[in-house]
Design a protein around this ligand. Structure first.
Ligand SMILES: CNc1ncnc2c1ncn2[C@@H]1O[C@H](COP(=O)(O)O)[C@@H](O)[C@H]1O
Length: 360
C-alpha cells in the first residue's frame, strides 16, 4: 500500500467512497473471488511464529529460526523463489500443513473472500511420514471442514513445480485425477522458479490433465523473452493463465477470443519488479481491450497483502466507483474452474444480494 501514491487519488476517493477508510471497508465487504493463491506463500509471519513455538521443543534447530520481513530493499523475483527453502522447513509435516491451511483459509474468509480456488504443490517428506497423497488428502479434509461452516467456499488446485521431471508431474496429475471425485480438487497448475526449465518437458502432463477433465492454469510470461514457452503453454489450451506480465499481443488476443482469464497479481508484480509501477501495470490495457481477468493476491503472506487491498489499489488507479468494482469482482464467477452449475448459481445469488443491499 505504501507504494501507491495515495494523494494522487484523494479527490476521487472522497467523491466516490467518502474517505480511504470507507473505501477500504467497502473493499472488505465486497464479495470477492480468489483464483490465484499459493498456500505456502500465503502464510502470515504470525502463523509461522506459532508453528515455531509449537515445534521448537522437539526440534531445537527451529528455536533459532527467525521469521523476518521477507521483503528487503532491492527485492526482486530472483529473491522470491529461494524463500521457500525456509518456508518448507516449517511446513514439512502433515500437522503443519493442516495448521497453515486452516489459518490461511480463515484469513481469506475474514477478508470477504466468498470463493477461493486455493493452490498448493503436494510434497513428500519420507522421514516425517508425509506423502504427496497424504498432503493432498489433508488439504481436502481441512477444506471440507471449512466448507461446512459456510462462510467461504473452497476448491483445490494441485500445483506442479516447473522444475519437476515429467514423471513427477504425471504423479501429481494422476493424484489430481484420483482425487477429483472428492468434489474439491478441480485442476492443476504449473508454478515455481521461472528459471526451472522449458515447459515443453512437462507439457504432456498438462495435456493428460485436460483429457481427464481437470482444469489447467499455468504461470505464463512472468518474465520477458519467453516466447517459445508461451506458445507451448497456449497450445495446451489452459483455462486460465497466471501473471502474463510479458505476454505478447497475439496470445493476449487469443486469450480474449477464447475467454481465458488472466490471473493478475498486482502487488506481487510490483514487489518482484516484473512491473515498474502500479500505473503502468498491464491491467490498464486489459480494461481498454476487454481482456478477461481476475484480481488475485498470489502470496499474501510473503507480500503482506490481502485481496481487499488489491481491489482498493485497482479501484484507485482506474477511478472505479463502487458499482464498477462490484462488476469486476462478479465477473470472476465466469472464470472459476469448478464446473458445478449449482455452485455458480449460489455464487450469483451472493453477488445479487450484495448488489440489492448495497448498490441500489
Ligand atoms: C511470484 N510469483 C510466483 N511465480 C511462480 N511461482 C510462484 C509464485 N508465487 C508462488 N509460487 C510458487 O508456489 C509454491 C509455494 O506454494 P505451495 O508450496 O505450492 O503451497 C512455490 O513453488 C513457489 O515457487
Amino acid at each position: 500500500m505504501e507504494r501507491l501514491d495515495k494523494a494522487k487519488y484523494d479527490d476521487f476517493v472522497k467523491e466516490n467512497y467518502g474517505s480511504w477508510e470507507e473505501f477500504r471497508e467497502y473493499c472488505v465487504k465486497l464479495p470477492k473471488i480468489e483464483l490465484h493463491a499459493h498456500l505456502n506463500g500465503s502464510i502470515t509471519p504470525k502463523t509461522m511464529n506459532e508453528l515455531i513455538e509449537q515445534r521448537k521443543d522437539k526440534e531445537p534447530d527451529l528455536a533459532n529460526f527467525s521469521v523476518k520481513n521477507y521483503i528487503q530493499p532491492n527485492f526482486q523475483l530472483e529473491d522470491f523463489f529461494p524463500l521457500f527453502n525456509t518456508v518448507y522447513r516449517l511446513t514439512d509435516n502433515i500437522k503443519s500443513i493442516e495448521y497453515i491451511a486452516r489459518n490461511v483459509l480463515e484469513e481469506f474468509s475474514n477478508d470477504g473472500v466468498r470463493y477461493i480456488e486455493l493452490r498448493s504443490t503436494p510434497r513428500k517428506n519420507t522421514e516425517k511420514g508425509m506423502t504427496k497423497q497424504s498432503y493432498a488428502e489433508t488439504l481436502i479434509s481441512v477444506i471440507n471442514e471449512v466448507n461446512k461452516k459456510g462462510n467461504i467456499i473452497v476448491r483445490l488446485i494441485l500445483s506442479i513445480d516447473r522444475k519437476s521431471t515429467l514423471e513427477e508431474a504425471m504423479e501429481t496429475v494422476n493424484l489430481a485425477i484420483n482425487l477429483k471425485s472428492s468434489g474439491i480438487v478441480v485442476g492443476v497448475d504449473m508454478c515455481g522458479n521461472t528459471n526451472g526449465g522449458a515447459f515443453s518437458r512437462i507439457k504432456p502432463a498438462f495435456e493428460y490433465a485436460k483429457k481427464n477433465g481437470l482444469g489447467v492454469t499455468l504461470h505464463v510470461a512472468e518474465i520477458p523473452n519467453s516466447r517459445e514457452d508461451n506458445l507451448e503453454m497456449k497450445s495446451v489450451l489452459p483455462d486460465r493463465m497466471g501473471h502474463c506480465t510479458y505476454l505478447e499481443d497475439d496470445i493476449l488476443k487469443w486469450a480474449k477470443d477464447n475467454k481465458v482469464a488472466i490471473e493478475t497479481c498486482i502487488t506481487s508484480n510490483i514487489i518482484c519488479r516484473t512491473v515498474k509501477s502500479y500505473e503502468t501495470h498491464p491491467f490498464t490495457d486489459y480494461i481498454k481491450n476487454g481482456q478477461p481477468f481476475t484480481i488475485c493476491t498470489d502470496d499474501k503472506g510473503v507480500f503482506n497483502c490481502d485481496l481487499s487491498n488489491e481491489y482498493l489499489i485497482f479501484g484507485a488507479i482506474n477511478n472505479y466507483n463502487k458499482k464498477q468494482l462490484f462488476e469486476i469482482s462478479k465477473k470472476s464467477i465466469n472464470y472459476i474452474m469448478c464446473k458445478d452449475n449449482e455452485l455458480k448459481r449460489k455464487l450469483k445469488e451472493i453477488w445479487d444480494n450484495f448488489e440489492i443491499n448495497n448498490l441500489n
